[in-house]
Ligand binder design. Sequence first.
Ligand SMILES: [Zn+2]
Length: 162
Amino acid sequence: MDAQLTEEEKRLVEYSKEAIVKYNKIRHAKNGIDTLYAFLMSESGKIYDGAAFEPNLSHASFCGERHAISNMVLQESYKAKIKSIVVADPVPDIQSRGTPPCGTCRHLIWSFGSPDTSVILMQYIQGKNGWIFPKLEKFKISDFYPLPYEPKEGLWDNWEPK
Ligand SMILES: [Zn+2]
């Protein structure tokens, strides 16, 4: 799938590239390594950052997408909506396909978005002189999650995703 980006998506992609370099430099300065990042643009046009959280307790880990979504909810409430999200994964060399969101994140991107919310898979590579971004692929969340789970009863009675 070709990456035909809207102007807003181009802005989100350019922002993401700069943020990846900034955050990776911070991580490397403390002997850390590259990680999966997510950057989303809400309907308001604001951008929220996220990175995979991988502490020393595996069940406490969560994905970069969910980190970015929870930052959006913190600033804009549970009524906020995702217009577009970049999922950026470090790769050793160009892969035939970027890393798509996991099942849980597909559900949450759908819940906090619309069927047309764009999901941009970005591959990035650490080179000798910094990081390069050789491949983008653009999808809609409905490509990844065509038959959404829509809980309507019990504990979820007060949940109003739409
Ligand atoms: Zn996930």
